[in-house]
Design a protein around this ligand. Structure first.
Ligand SMILES: [Zn+2]
Length: 101
């Protein structure tokens, strides 16, 4: 039933593409693993994609979800920026210009 819902409701794919693992359906919500804290308390409404995590307290609409995830991607990438500057001879100013330091 969950697999069928995920195939039918393509909007939910945006969440699974960015780390949410949906595990069950509870009423009008799908529930899964929160990509921010790793706990299985990420609740998302099927229709309007408003979501919240009952553990870490993050919440929002789909745009807010992407904003949070993008911030994490930039931070994670920043950890590797020095190695790229050194090993690939990239300019540090490029990373600074893209807000990655
Ligand atoms: Zn969480």
């Amino acid at each position: 039933m969950l697999e069928e819902l995920l195939k039918r409701n393509r909007k939910l794919k945006g969440f699974t593409d960015h780390g949410v693992v949906f595990k069950s359906i509870v009423g009008t919500q799908v529930v899964g693993t929160c990509p921010f804290c790793g706990k299985d308390k990420f609740h998302c409404h099927q229709d309007d994609l408003v979501w919240d995590c009952k553990v870490c307290g993050k919440y929002g609409n789909f745009s807010k979800f992407l904003e949070y995830r993008a911030g994490e991607y930039v931070r994670d990438f920043g950890k590797h920026a020095d190695a790229l500057v050194r090993d690939r001879e990239l300019r540090k100013s490029t990373f600074v210009a893209w807000d990655v330091e």
